[in-house]
Design a protein around this ligand. Structure first.
Ligand SMILES: Nc1nc2c(c(=O)[nH]1)N[C@H]1C(S)=C(S)[C@@H](COP(=O)(O)O)O[C@H]1N2
Ligand SMILES: [Mo]
Length: 297
């Protein structure tokens, strides 16, 4: 088993220092315009300012541990995350298997990617993830022509989760095979070079930075390569409000609120939301017309 290459990864300490450096540099070099829009225009080329780890770990959506943002960080410690098995199966996989997570760590290098994270509830963070690109695990399962979609099933254990079964079954998500093979799709195992805590989806969760956060299923136990579009948890809860694709788009509002801007958790005020959450160059080719609402709710 190969060790995780920690040397490749920027530490939380360095992130913080770099942020101070950037902040003071800006203050010294330029005078910020006073007037203009009340909303900061997040620019895809601007350096991202990571949200502090304590904030990422204490403001969570993980309904199996309760419905309040503070519930998961208090309740989730009952979830035992080691040992952990991830099964890769389905008619679309020629090489099915059940893998101990420790073996997956031995097989794949852990990469670091800092990404914007945008919840459908119109709040956002910037998260320095560690993890394995999803396409690597899918390729290892030898997808055949029946692999049209990928279905993700998560832990749903009454003995370990106070609110297990809240949606009538395990939290389930899905992607087209093309989305799943996109290099941005990550199976995250850590944040700031520390293992995920239970409330952020330990020991392994999806990260899809161009989609609303509910697509990023936590604590995954099974990945299936399938022919049919999976019936996903939030789509089943309310198909009018939560679609299969759920790509971020400031021009398609949620039926009950605007998606044009977002509250930045840990900062003051709001910023404009970007198309595909700022990742249009990487993912826009996967979808049809921007006016086609199917792709954006
Ligand atoms: N199993 C499971 N995964 C889940 C959820 C959940 O309730 N259960 N909530 C989703 C939602 S709505 C969001 S916004 C993100 C939140 O991830 P974070 O708490 O790490 O920010 O997790 C997603 N994954
Ligand atoms: Mo969310």
């Amino acid at each position: 088993m190969k060790p995780i290459p920690h040397s490749m990864i920027t530490s939380e300490h360095n992130f913080r220092n770099r942020r101070h450096f950037i902040a003071s540099g800006i203050a010294a070099a330029i005078t910020l315009p006073l007037a203009g829009s009340l909303l900061a225009s997040a620019d895809a080329s601007e350096p991202l300012k990571p949200t502090p780890l304590e904030t990422i770990n204490s403001y969570n959506n993980y309904y199996e541990f309760g419905f309040e943002k503070s519930d998961p960080s208090e309740a989730a410690k009952t979830l035992i995350t080691s040992p952990w098995t991830v099964e890769i199966t389905g008619a679309g996989a020629d090489k099915k298997g059940a893998y101990d997570l420790a073996d997956i760590y031995g097989e794949y290098a852990i990469e670091s990617h800092v990404h914007r994270f945008r919840c459908v509830e119109a709040w956002s963070m910037v998260i320095p993830w560690n993890g394995i690109p999803l396409h690597k695990l899918i390729t290892a399962a030898q997808p055949n022509s029946r692999a049209k979609y990928v279905r993700f099933i998560t832990a749903n254990d009454k003995t370990q989760m106070p609110n297990a079964n809240w949606s009538g079954g395990p939290y389930t998500e899905g992607l087209t095979i093309e989305e799943a093979m996109n290099p941005l799709a990550l199976l995250a195992t850590g944040i700031y070079d520390k293992p995920l805590e239970q409330q952020t989806g330990a020991p392994i969760r999806l990260v899809l930075p161009w989609k609303y956060g509910f697509k990023s299923a936590k604590s995954i136990v099974r990945i299936e390569l399938v022919e049919q579009m999976p019936k996903t948890t939030w789509w089943q809860q309310n198909p009018r409000e939560y679609g299969f694709y759920a790509n971020v788009n400031p021009d398609h509002d949620h039926p009950r609120w605007s998606q044009g801007s977002e509250r930045v958790i840990g900062e003051y005020g709001r910023q404009r939301t970007q198309l595909y959450n700022g990742y249009a160059n990487e993912v826009a080719h996967l979808y049809g017309a921007l006016s086609d609402r199917r792709y954006f709710y």
